[in-house]
Design a protein around this ligand. Structure first.
Ligand SMILES: [Mg+2]
Length: 298
């Protein structure tokens, strides 16, 4: 039997994992795995469990939100490459952006079957100075919006949630004067929001068109929203985000690059995979090519 380490966050998604646990474990066993179960004990513990336990296993399954996945992958990256087992993801959090890349089935038991027996594919991760991110490093006005808006509200109202919350805060919008260096050159300007990602979905909404995104191409995508001067500018930017049109009319910049250097005279607060990643006047961001493997649904 394959040895599978199951790391789960018992508090993810308001604890709904706990009621499904028996079915998940049964699905692993039915798929031919001998399972070791590790419920995380608090923040940082999923990373610690992956780092200290995973190298003895054929496969790791991770159940929780994107924060739990971030921790598990960060923990695995501390291991030598040849001792990193592939990772299956059972998304059960309030933010499950990354799972949109993986063509997973519905239902935690079905996801468990995929995690145990599906085919792993290589996946890039992002390096942010001495930290890693799985799918997004972001800063600016929308950073708060995307992670403070309750998921239910976001699902019901879609991009309207962004528009309403954004407009209500326009008077207090803050821009950052940045220089952004990338493979093709450099740009400078005042930006309201920026993100560097390796995913088809951030906040369920924004990103580059999915056909332009690949998780293992050695490239990251940047989206930069300039600081609006007027409400009309702001609305054009919102429309551009919703339609993924990055052009002169929306004012939004979309780029592919293997690396970005972002500099600013004042410290810029970043989030990495939705968690606070520190304030930075200079950030070196790059794609790390295929350091891990992730299990896909199809
Ligand atoms: Mg990519």
């Amino acid at each position: 039997m394959e040895k599978l380490l199951f790391i789960y966050n018992p508090h993810a998604g308001k604890g709904r994992v706990r009621s499904k646990l028996a079915g998940i474990l049964n699905a692993f066993t039915r798929a031919g795995c001998l399972v070791t179960v590790y419920p995380t004990q608090g923040p940082g513990d999923a990373a610690e469990a992956a780092r200290t336990l995973a190298s003895g296993f054929d496969r790791v399954a991770c159940c929780g939100g994107d924060g739990t996945l971030h921790e598990v992958i960060t923990g695995l990256l501390a291991l030598p490459a040849e001792r990193r087992p592939p990772v299956g993801y059972l998304p059960a959090g309030t933010t499950n952006d990354f799972s949109r890349n993986l063509s997973l089935p519905d239902g935690l038991e079905n996801m468990a079957a995929v995690a145990a027996a599906g085919t792993p594919r290589p996946c890039d991760v992002g390096r942010f100075d001495d930290q890693f991110f799985v799918y997004v490093a972001a800063f600016g006005a929308f950073t708060d919006v995307s992670y403070n808006t309750p998921q239910q509200f976001k699902n019901m109202f879609g991009h309207l949630a962004y528009v309403l919350k954004g407009v209500s805060e326009m008077a207090s919008l803050k821009g950052y004067r940045l220089r952004v260096e990338h493979d093709g050159g450099a740009l400078e300007g005042e930006y309201l929001y920026g993100m560097v990602s390796n995913t088809v979905s951030v906040g369920g909404l924004i990103g580059l068109p999915s056909e332009e995104v690949s998780l293992d191409d050695g490239l990251l995508e940047a989206v930069l929203v300039p600081m609006p001067k007027t409400v009309a500018d702001f609305q054009a930017a919102i429309r551009g985000l919703a339609r993924q049109t990055y052009d002169a009319e929306s004012g939004i910049v979309g780029l592919h690059s293997s690396r970005f250097t972002i500099t600013c005279a004042e410290p810029v607060p970043f989030t990495l995979d939705g968690e606070y990643g520190g304030d930075h006047t200079r950030a070196e961001i790059s794609a790390v090519s295929r350091p891990i493997s992730i299990v896909y649904g199809t």
